[in-house]
Design a protein around this ligand. Structure first.
Ligand SMILES: [Mg+2]
Length: 411
């Protein structure tokens, strides 16, 4: 058996949206793939991998995943950051994929085996008014989702995060991919007072229509101050949310102490985090209930498994970030982690487009609200380089926000 890596290739492809993929090949011809997609900044990670990491992979033993992770993290001297950690994540996933193929086992078996039959997923509902929102919730329930994220338009705000009815210039659903193709980010508007007034009325209407059982989630998308977040958390308490996500900007972690002291609404945070150091105090002080980190932006399977083992001691559960800006490889990677950890909570899921599925073939199954990565050895995703070539990279930017007076605000 010759498990040495002989080739490291980087692919940037755009089947509906941009993805960065790393492919490692061993002397035996075993192939492993990893996701390094960083929405709106894809080429920076592709360069990090092509110009600085690929040559270091050639000649390494693919079996030594922990050593390779530590080598890439520590030997660069410059630690952390979304570009570095997405690159490390891609290497890490590819190595777990290779190990699974050598072992003839799905990755979750190598991580400790399945702790559950499948990972419960939540779907995304949104609407411009209550009628279209209710239709959207009913549609998601018919698709099989047992938990629903609810985003709503707000009177006075023209374009708002997460509301699907706002079509993209590309023709894609807005909530399917908020990044707009082009060389400049689209400007959106924001008014926190209008938002705080409106959102509780929407959740009251949703509860009246759908009853008390259905788990409901909401994403604040980093827009509130700690006091505003506390106000929203309190005002949503009667509607029993499953979680309130990203209520304040994630870089100010102390903000969560105040929010936590003011409301019992469960809190989820971490999709923009890239290191265990971003989230360790939020976990140990029990300031959050759900870890929103994604394998792709968080150093891969190795670090995600570690942070969830740490979180287990504090009764904090997983709620991994899983929209379409995580490629099918990155999604599979965190699904394998979700299958094995004891403290799995809920998995965000948004099916990829048909074009994306042409480039990435998944063994994943979604049935009756539950996701399962399947029994295929490795991650269970195949990358089709020929199909990828049909969809060359197209520049795209996530939108940004301005307040009524023109001040830039968090998007
Ligand atoms: Mg979010």
């Amino acid at each position: 058996m010759s498990t040495k890596i002989v080739n490291a290739e980087v692919f940037v492809t755009s089947p509906s949206r941009n993805f960065v993929t790393l492919r490692l090949t061993t002397d035996d011809g075993v192939v492993g793939i990893g996701d390094a997609t960083l929405n709106g900044r894809e080429l920076a990670v592709a360069s990090y991998l092509r110009d600085h990491v690929a040559q270091l992979m050639v000649g390494r033993d693919s079996r030594n995943i922990e050593d390779t992770w530590q080598f890439l993290y520590r030997a660069a001297y410059w630690r952390r950051g979304p570009v570095t950690m997405a690159a490390i994540a891609a290497v890490d996933m590819a190595l777990w994929d290779i190990k699974g193929k050598y072992a003839g086992m799905p990755v979750y078996d190598l991580l400790g085996g399945a702790s559950r039959r499948g990972c419960r997923a939540y779907g995304h509902a949104s609407g411009m008014d209550l009628e279209s929102l209710f239709d959207s919730i009913r549609y998601e329930m018919e698709e099989g989702y047992k938990s629903i994220r609810v985003q709503t338009s707000v009177p006075g705000i023209e374009k708002l995060y997460g509301v699907a009815a706002q079509a993209q210039s590309s023709g894609e659903r807005y909530d399917f991919e908020p990044a707009n193709r082009g060389s400049w980010p689209v400007e959106e508007d924001w008014d926190t007072r209008a938002y705080l007034r409106h959102v509780p009325t929407v959740f009251e209407a949703v509860r009246n229509e759908f009853g008390p059982d259905l788990p409901l989630l909401h994403d604040g998308h980093h827009r509130m101050t700690p006091r505003e977040a506390a106000q929203l958390g309190k005002s949503l308490e009667p509607y029993d949310l499953y979680w309130l996500e990203d209520c304040t900007p994630a870089e100010n972690q102390e903000a969560l102490r105040y929010v936590r002291s003011q409301t019992t609404t469960p809190l989820a945070i971490g999709e923009v985090f890239n290191s265990i150091y971003d989230i360790k105090d939020l976990i140990s002080e029990q300031l959050i209930d759900y870890v929103r980190c994604a394998s792709t932006h968080f150093g891969g399977i190795t670090q995600l498994k570690k942070v969830m083992n740490y979180a287990e001691m504090y009764q904090v559960k997983s709620g991994f970030h899983g929209p379409t800006d995580v490629s099918p490889i990155g999604f599979a990677a965190q699904l394998h982690v979700g299958m094995t950890i004891h403290n799995f909570g809920l998995q965000e899921y948004m099916p990829h487009s048909e074009k994306t599925k042409e480039v990435f073939t998944e063994s994943l199954a979604f049935e009756n609200g539950y996701l399962n990565p399947g029994e295929t050895p490795g991650l269970g995703v195949e990358f089709n380089a020929e199909a990828a070539e049909k969809y060359p990279y197209e520049q795209a930017y996530l939108p940004y926000n301005r307040l009524a007076d023109g001040t830039v605000h968090n998007w």
